[in-house]
Design a protein around this ligand. Sequence first.
Ligand SMILES: Nc1ncnc2c1ncn2[C@@H]1O[C@H](COP(=O)(O)OP(=O)(O)OP(=O)(O)O)[C@@H](O)[C@H]1O
Ligand SMILES: [Mg+2]
Length: 475
Amino acid sequence: MRARRQPSLTLRATLAFSVVAMLAVASAGMYLYETMKGAVMTRSDHAVLARLDHFRKLLQYDLTLTTLQSSPQLFENMLDSEDDIFIIAEPGKPAVIMVNPLHAPLPPMPVVPANMPLGVADMRSGLLDSGVPMRAATVEAVSGGKVVHLTAAHIAVKEMATLAGFRNRILLAVSLAFVLTALLGYVLLRRGLRPLRRMASHAAAITPAQLDSRMDNRDTPVELQQLGEAYNAMLDRLADGYQRLTQFSADLAHEIRTPVGSLMGHCQVALRQPRTEDEYQALLASNLEELERISRMVESILFLARADEAKAALNRQTLDLADEMQRVAGYFEGLAEERDIALHTEGDARIEADPLLLRRALSNLVANAIRYADEGSVIDIRVIESRVVENGRQCRIEVENQGPTLDGATLGKLFDRFYRGDASRHQSSDSNGLGLAIVAAIMQLHGGEVSVNQPAPGRICFALMFPRQPGARLL
Ligand SMILES: Nc1ncnc2c1ncn2[C@@H]1O[C@H](COP(=O)(O)OP(=O)(O)OP(=O)(O)O)[C@@H](O)[C@H]1O
Ligand SMILES: [Mg+2]
């Protein structure tokens, strides 16, 4: 089932960036707007207060109400805008002077006594029907012995218009921030994620025949470089595995073709003319030998194939290695005698291992030693147990014999599947070159390893190294 398509990373990150940029610009804008609004309103408050103060003083000293009434330009000039309010009235009487072009209702206000100074705290706010705010204050003044009330108010039409303009600019800046960040973020992210798209198309083009192509990670950003390298390393491993598989099937075909060809050849020759019963028997016997070899090879190959995939199939038991060596040596005694070879065993230890597999590994080594050792020589089979743990290995089984001197390159190839030394190739037809590969696979299943070395010219020593196991007891 196809997974629901998720929104792209580019889109998500771009949106997130843009929202953040928008919020940042909006908060800065709001802050500036509020500061500016405060400054504008304070300025207009001070203008109203100064006006009241001015007229209070004028009336107190030399200006009479009558003069003021007769020359309205005196105060009209003083007003900030044509909508502003200015009222002079004796308490409880109709106004002497009344300027209120918009007939705006005034908020209730305290009256500041004549001898008291005026302050912003004495001002009150009101609101026109149109929503425009006003700021107003009333003071008492004494003019020619009469007490009068002066009221002045400012209607903030201009200020509101300025602030509205400012607000629109902020909105514009916020939208621009959103659009610009979105565009820039989108372009940058798409560029940054280009290696991922390249990797996807590269991976899509990989086929078994094209496993050697690799991603070029040179201009990849650091964050994606690791992924690129892991991807290339994976391709290396795949290519290696695939190459080994191809090689293995080629070897397999080659190895089976030879005995099958020889079987067919023998049969064809035999059928060309009538043969005696003895001749038929000899043919069948030789064919059977060949078939047995093919069967052994198939069995070995099956074993290797299973060992490659199954790790859990180990049936670990505590084994006494002295017993195991005795058992294998006893089994090969007859064969060894045929070549006048003596088998020496020494040492003892207990390990946790699969008994059948351990016997198989040891038998393969001993069979090789008997087959390839010089006639009349001695084969040493020993168990070396080190209490001093070196590389975490603790128990070592060695099989050493006197035989041909091999060069380093040959030693490195002994454990390859189907590898046979020249001697065995010519010498016998029952050598498949799989014995040591099986030993290596068995050791790998046990978490250990097998190695070969030549302690002296003509001496060859194979060692099975078992790792330390928690339950294993030292003798
Ligand atoms: N003890 C040894 N001394 C000298 N050469 C050895 C010894 N053991 C193995 N070899 C060399 O290593 C080669 C590979 O050994 P391996 O056991 O894998 O295959 P094989 O013995 O030829 O065949 P198989 O074991 O499948 O019947 C042998 O052909 C031989 O040349
Ligand atoms: Mg062998």
